[in-house]
Design a protein around this ligand. Structure first.
Ligand code: 5GP
Ligand code: ZN
Length: 113
């Protein structure tokens, strides 16, 4: 498996992992585009939103709730943040392992990622 995010999950590649449960993990983006930039990913490989199937609703909902909790933990919940899921080449997806960006900071609303 050559997926960089799967390597982060297995510990083969380094990352600052800040959250993990049975379904998802979260770590800091290594090229942050705002003061807070965290990626929330499923613990098993799914290429993108295009590969989601009926039955994945709980997983996707859980990713959003984890993002909400991390926003609170980061102290950015009150001022707000952006959750973003890029999909495919035209959607700006560069890593083909499903991920939610949690982006926050004064300028987060101007960023398109
Ligand atoms: P995408 O463009 O696919 O929506 O987002 C991929 C994100 O993953 C980018 O913001 C990029 O900086 C981040 N990224 C890519 N490779 C790595 C890595 O090896 N470690 C970490 N921490 N972030 C990565
Ligand atoms: Zn993967």
């Amino acid at each position: 498996m050559s997926c960089i995010f799967c390597k982060i999950l297995s510990g083969e590649a380094p990352a600052t992992i800040i959250y993990r449960d049975e379904q998802v993990s979260a770590f800091r983006d290594f090229h942050p585009i705002a003061r807070t930039h965290i990626l929330i990913i499923p613990n098993h490989h799914i290429d993108s939103v295009n590969e989601l199937e009926p039955g994945d609703e709980l997983l996707v909902g859980h990713m959003v709730l984890v993002a909400k909790e991390l926003a609170k933990q980061e102290g950015v919940a009150e001022h707000g943040y952006r959750l973003m899921i890029n999909t495919g080449v035209h959607g700006g997806q560069t890593v083909p392992h499903l991920h939610v960006h949690l982006i926050a900071g004064k300028l987060a609303r101007f960023l398109v990622g």
